[in-house]
Design a protein around this ligand. Structure first.
Ligand code: COA
Length: 316
């Protein structure tokens, strides 16, 4: 379990933004083209509608631009772009290259792919770059899963969608916001959720569900321990937005009430890398987070991967 050295240079969020495609597809609409119902999808997943469209670069540029505007900084002052995506626009080059150009950045840019855990991987990597001397890093999580979804397969088409969330983090003089973190992966579970290059998603939903709860709880407990906090000191949990029943089961095991969770999946479906920033910045916009709050981010995804981080909101 990594413990952040006291001497490490810390960072905090100074701007953020999100992007969702305009086109909305409701459960009702899906039930017209496949053997499912609005009621079944709501009850089994919590999802009511999802946003579909755009490319990974276009959504990233939209959320990234909002984050830079909110931070009120010159794009040229950004030292690195870390883009988390499991749905790149091209095999080569990394989608972050197009995003770097689209945002007018002049800095290093690279993609991170850890499926739905990716945003937390990218965010912690961004903090690591700052610990190594960078001043500002733009971290973006974007996925366009609709492009790799088989729209005739009711097993997956009801779940996946598109979106993006971005944040600028900046070096601070104090300890910064990141209190503890954890990365995990078990590649022996690759066959539970995969898409071949050029193909669509295949998923063993039941088994993913079962494993997801376990690995989320395990990762969250490691981050809590690293941050020196207990579960009841957490003010808000921002879980990966895959299925509300997975979130309920994980929170029950962590002994954290559902009233302390950020949930947007009814509106967004599962947007993979975008899901945690979409839920986090929605909670912030709705004044559910105040300075000094302890926020637990916890994701899981194909691989299977898991990642979590404890953030002290607005800490410099
Ligand atoms: N609409 C209507 N009925 C459906 C359906 C759908 N979209 N999908 C499956 N069913 C049926 C099944 O055929 C089954 O019927 P049966 O009882 O007659 O055999 C019944 O509903 C129950 O299916 P089951 O697979 O047991 O449902 P479930 O409660 O496990 O829910 C998932 C299915 C996919 C929603 C759930 O397993 C899940 O969310 N898994 C995790 C997936 C995930 O998070 N993936 C992303 C990871 S990042």
């Amino acid at each position: 379990m990594p413990v952040i050295p006291r001497s490490a240079i810390g960072a905090r969020f100074i701007g953020w933004g999100t992007a969702l495609p305009e086109k909305v597809v409701t459960n009702e609409e899906l039930s017209k083209t496949m053997d499912t119902t609005d009621e079944w999808i709501r009850e089994r997943t919590g999802i009511e509608r999802r946003h579909i469209g755009g490319t990974t670069a276009s959504l990233s540029i939209e959320s990234g631009r909002k984050a830079i505007q909110m931070a009120g900084i010159d794009p040229l002052s950004i030292d690195a772009l870390v883009l988390s995506t499991t749905t790149p626009d091209r095999t080569v080059p990394a989608t972050s290259a197009a995003v770097q150009h689209g945002l007018g950045l002049r800095c290093g840019a690279f993609d991170v792919n850890a499926a739905c855990s990716g945003f937390v991987y990218a965010l912690v990597t961004g903090h690591g770059l700052i610990a190594m001397g960078m001043k500002r890093v733009l971290v973006i999580g974007t996925d366009t899963l609709s492009r790799i979804t088989d729209w005739t397969d009711r097993n997956t088409a009801i779940l996946f969608a598109d979106g993006s969330g971005a944040a600028v983090i900046e070096a601070v003089t104090g300890p910064g916001q990141l209190m503890g973190w954890d990365f995990d992966a078990d590649g022996s579970l690759e066959e539970l959720l995969y898409a071949e290059i050029g193909g669509t998603l295949h998923m063993d939903g039941k088994e993913v569900f079962r494993r997801a709860v376990r690995i989320m709880v395990d990762s969250a407990e490691k981050s809590l321990k690293a941050s020196g906090l207990t579960a009841n000191e957490i003010d808000l949990v921002v879980p990966h937005q895959a299925n509300v029943r997975i979130i309920e089961a994980a929170c029950k095991r962590l002994d954290i009430p559902m009233s302390k969770t950020a949930i947007v999946l009814q509106e967004t479906g599962n947007t993979s890398s975008a899901s945690i920033p979409l839920a986090l910045f929605d909670a912030v916009a709705n004044s559910r987070v105040k300075s000094g709050d302890n926020v637990l981010l916890v994701g899981f995804g194909a691989g299977m991967t898991a990642a979590s981080a404890v953030i002290k909101w607005n800490q410099s």
